[in-house]
Design a binder for this molecule. Structure first.
Ligand code: MN
Length: 313
């Protein structure tokens, strides 16, 4: 039986050589929070196993919490929440409760299915600045049992010209302790004013860079804000320079060998799977509850609607 599901098909860019291609970010409005959608890029591509990237903030707030995402389901992916400032409280259907803070990372493995809520905690700094990324799980691992890793402090590489906080996978000889199911890297790079930072990269990875703050150039080419720069593959090194100091996300991995389907909060392989996951959420099967969240859970969109994921959803 074939179903009409308006899912987005995503594949890795998979350049075999160096390149420097700029893909513009776009704003997505979610209630009173505007976020910047970086991935999937408009022609529906991923970077290694990274299939989704939203940038939120920097912003200041008082009163209403800027982030309040009611319980919703995920399948076939990991969420990786990385903060530059502020706090995000995570509650899930396994009973995990963890507040993400700068310098630490939350890695949630949905595997076969999990539900979670994400919100600004009552006790907060009045600042929000960060990113949420999704990693597609390879077919051999996409039905694993769900799990959650809350890591308080990720490892770093320190050089005279800057530093790299490794929040996912490995960069050089440094590895983040969060569990992952394929090779990848996720790192927050900081280059000091008037300095350069040179990093060893894996030649079998494709990589991309997103400026978070300040100014940065790579091999003499200035990197603009609100652009994802795809660096291609077959690169053993990347050299960044900054005049006034700069900060960027670096993501990468081997070009993902599988075609994925993304719809709402699900990563799947077939429209039938997506229809099944949606039905399971609506009938309160598979995913479990998030009892610590006070309020209604999110309802699934209609299948025939293109349902792009929400920020932090
Ligand atoms: Mn979510």
């Amino acid at each position: 039986m074939s179903r009409i599901v308006a899912a987005e098909e995503c594949t890795a860019l998979g350049a075999t050589q160096h390149t420097l291609e700029a893909y513009p970010n776009r704003d997505v409005s979610l209630g009173h929070l505007t976020v910047t959608r970086v991935l999937p890029i408009r022609d529906r591509r991923m970077i290694g196993p990274w299939c989704f990237l939203d940038r939120f903030g920097p912003l200041s707030f008082s009163g209403d919490k800027p982030m309040d995402i009611a319980p919703h389901p995920h399948t076939g992916l990991q969420t990786v929440t990385w903060l530059l400032e502020g706090e995000v409280l995570h509650d899930d259907s396994l009973g995990s409760e963890a507040t993400a803070r700068p310098g630490g990372v939350n890695v949630m493995t949905s595997g076969r299915g999990i539900a979670h809520a994400e919100q600004t905690p009552r006790q907060n700094s009045g600042r929000l600045n960060g990113a949420q990324l999704w990693v597609a799980l390879p077919d051999a691992h996409r039905h694993v049992e769900p799990s959650f890793d809350g890591i308080e402090r990720v490892p770093l590489i320190e050089e005279p010209g800057g530093l790299a906080q490794v929040f996912a996978g490995s960069l050089g000889s440094v590895s983040s302790p969060g569990r992952h199911f394929s090779d990848l890297v996720g790192a927050d790079l900081q280059v000091h004013p008037g300095s350069d930072l040179s990093l060893d990269l894996r030649r079998d990875f494709e990589h991309a860079v997103l400026v978070l703050d300040g100014d940065l150039s790579i091999e003499g080419e200035p990197l603009l804000p609100r652009m994802l720069y795809y660096l291609g593959a077959n690169r053993s090194n990347a050299a960044f320079t900054s005049r006034t100091g700069g900060r960027a996300l670096l993501i990468g991995g081997p070009p993902f060998a599988e075609r994925i389907l993304m719809w709402w909060n699900f990563v799947a392989r077939t429209p039938e799977e997506i229809a099944q996951y949606r039905e399971d959420w609506e009938l309160q099967r598979r995913f479990g509850d998030v009892p610590s969240y006070k309020g209604e859970r999110l309802a699934a969109p209609e299948l025939a609607r293109i349902a792009r994921p929400g920020a932090m959803s």
